[in-house]
Design a protein around this ligand. Structure first.
Ligand code: IMP
Length: 439
C-alpha cells in the first residue's frame, strides 16, 4: 500500500514528523506540489532539522527522495539543503544524487519570481490584496507555469532553448519591473550564465520522475507522498484568495507526480489538536482577540512560529467543520492527531461543531470568504486533561480519560479513525494506532 500525507488545516500541522515516521516504511518519498514555502521541522535524536524542499524522508538511509513535476523548484535552496544535510552526515555512505531525483518537468523558481512576490506584497500594502506569502516566489513561478512562460528543470540543461525562453520571460518581467514597480530590470546575461551553472550542477539529480514512480507502482514498492501546506490553502478548495498557488488536496498527487487512478493509497490527514494559520485570511475559530492570553500560551508551549518565515502563527480552537470539509475533499481514510500534548493541564478545550451566521447554523465551509469571515463558531466544550508523564504513555489506554474522550469525539464527528497520535515533538513520542501501509 502507498500512503499520502495531507495537511488537513492551514498547513503547519506537523506533517514533517508524520512523514519522517512513515518514511521508515516506504521506499520512495515524493514531494509533488508547493516548493520551499513549506517548512518541516524534524527532531531526531534530539537534533532539530528544518527542510523546505527536499522530502523529509531524506533522514532515513536507503530511501529515494523524489521532487516531482508539480513542485516549483528553487535550485539555490536545493543546493543549500543538500549542503546542510551533507554537513549533518546524512550522505555518509552515498552520493546525494543517489538519494534524490528532481523531475525534468518541475518548474524553476528564479530570482525574478522572488522579487515579484515581494513587490506584489509590498504594493498591496496592508490592504486586502496582501496575502501574507512566504515571499519565496511560489505564486509568480506557478503563474508563469500556467501562463506557459515558465522555465522547467530540463531547460537548464538545454542552453539554446533556455536562452530563448529566458529572453521571452524577461521581456515581459522587465516591463513590469520598470514601468509598474519602478525598480531595477533583470540583466539577461548574468541570469543566463547563472542558470547554465545551476543546470550543470543539477545534472546528476535530474530524472524522469514519472517513469520512476510508474515503475514503483507496477512493482508494488511502497511510496509515501509528502503533501505540503494544507487543505484550506488549496488554490481551488481553500479560502481563496488567501491560499497558496498549488493543489494541496489529494487531487494534486496525481497531476503533481504523473500517476493515474490505479494508484492504491491510503490518505492520511494531519491535524493539530487546535488550529493555526499564518498569513492573512478568514479563520473562524481564531482566539487571538477573544482569548488572547490563552492564544499566547498555546503559541509559546506549541512553539507556533513559522519554520520558513519565523512569523508567529495565529491560534484558534479545533474546527471540526473545516476538518470535515478536509475529510471530504481529500477522501481521507484516517487522521494523525498532532500536538495534543500542548493542551495538557488546560481546564477545558473547545471544538467547533457548527458555524452560526444570520441566525442559522451551518455545517459546511461557505464558498465565499465574505461569509466565512462573518461566521461565529458554535463550540462543544470538553474537559481538559491533566499533565501526564510522556514515558508512561505506551498505548492509547494509558492516556488520561479526558484525552481519550477528546480523540473519540473527533473520530465520531468525522467518521474516520485517528491512526497516529503525537504526544511530544520527538520521533519516539508517538503512538501509532494503525499502520496505513499495512491496510
Ligand atoms: P505562498 O505559498 O508563499 O504563496 O503563500 C500563500 C499563503 O500560504 C500564505 O498565507 C502563506 O502563509 C501560506 N503558506 C505557504 N506555505 C505554508 C506552509 O508551509 N505552512 C503554512 N502556511 C503556508
Amino acid at each position: 500500500m502507498n500512503v499520502i500525507v495531507i495537511g488537513a488545516q492551514w498547513g503547519d500541522e506537523g506533517k514533517g514528523k508524520v512523514v519522517d515516521i512513515f518514511s521508515a516504511k516506504a521506499e520512495y518519498i515524493v514531494r509533488y506540489q508547493g516548493g520551499n514555502n513549506a517548512g518541516h521541522t524534524l527532531v531526531v535524536n534530539g537534533k532539530k532539522t528544518v527542510l523546505h524542499l527536499i522530502p523529509s524522508g531524506i533522514l532515513h538511509a536507503g530511501k529515494i527522495c523524489l521532487i516531482a513535476n508539480g513542485v516549483v523548484f528553487d535550485p539555490n535552496i536545493f543546493f543549500e539543503e543538500v549542503q546542510s544535510l551533507a554537513e549533518s552526515g546524512v550522505f555518509k555512505q552515498v552520493l546525494p544524487y543517489e538519494m534524490i531525483r528532481v523531475s525534468e518537468r518541475a518548474h524553476v523558481i528564479l530570482p525574478y519570481h522572488r522579487t515579484l512576490d515581494r513587490l506584489r506584497e509590498e504594493y498591496a500594502g496592508n490592504g486586502k490584496g496582501k496575502i501574507g506569502t512566504t515571499m519565496r516566489g511560489i505564486g509568480p513561478a506557478y503563474e508563469d507555469k500556467v501562463a506557459r512562460r515558465g522555465i522547467q528543470v530540463i531547460d537548464l540543461l538545454r542552453p539554446q532553448l533556455l536562452k530563448t525562453k529566458l529572453q521571452l520571460a524577461l521581456e515581459e518581467k522587465n516591463i513590469l519591473f520598470k514601468h509598474l514597480f519602478n525598480t531595477q530590470e533583470v540583466e539577461f546575461n548574468k541570469l543566463y550564465e547563472e542558470c547554465l551553472k545551476l543546470g550543470e550542477k543539477l545534472k546528476p539529480y535530474v530524472a524522469n520522475v514519472r517513469v520512476i514512480l510508474s515503475e514503483a507502482v507496477r512493482d508494488n514498492r511502497p511510496i509515501l507522498f509528502e503533501g505540503a501546506q494544507g487543505t484550506l490553502l488549496d488554490v481551488d478548495h481553500g479560502t481563496y484568495p488567501y491560499v497558496t498557488s498549488s493543489n494541496t488536496v489529494t487531487g494534486g498527487v496525481l497531476t503533481g507526480s504523473g500517476l493515474g487512478l490505479n494508484l492504491k493509497a491510503k490518505v492520511i490527514g494531519i491535524t493539530k489538536a487546535y488550529t493555526t494559520r499564518v498569513g492573512t485570511g478568514p479563520f473562524p475559530t481564531e482566539i487571538e482577540h477573544t482569548e488572547k492570553e490563552l492564544a499566547n500560551e498555546i503559541r509559546k508551549i506549541g512553539a507556533e512560529f513559522g519554520a520558513t518565515t519565523g512569523r508567529p502563527r495565529r491560534i484558534g480552537w479545533l474546527d471540526l467543520i473545516a476538518l470535515k470539509y478536509a475529510v471530504e475533499v481529500n477522501g481521507l481514510h484516517g487522521l494523525a492527531l498532532m500536538k495534543a500534548d500542548v493542551l495538557q493541564g488546560f481546564d477545558h478545550v473547545k471544538i467547533c461543531t457548527g458555524y452560526r451566521y444570520a441566525s442559522s447554523t451551518f455545517y459546511d465551509l461557505p464558498s465565499s470568504i465574505e461569509d466565512l469571515e462573518k461566521v461565529e463558531p458554535s463550540y462543544e466544550i470538553l474537559s481538559g486533561w491533566p499533565r501526564y508523564e510522556k514515558n508512561n504513555m505506551k498505548s492509547f489506554s494509558d492516556l488520561p480519560q479526558e484525552m481519550q474522550t477528546f480523540v473519540r469525539t473527533i473520530e465520531d464527528y468525522l467518521g474516520i479513525p485517528v491512526v497516529l497520535l503525537s504526544i511530544g515533538p520527538g520521533r519516539e513520542e508517538t503512538l501509532l494506532l494503525q499502520d496505513p501501509f499495512q491496510s
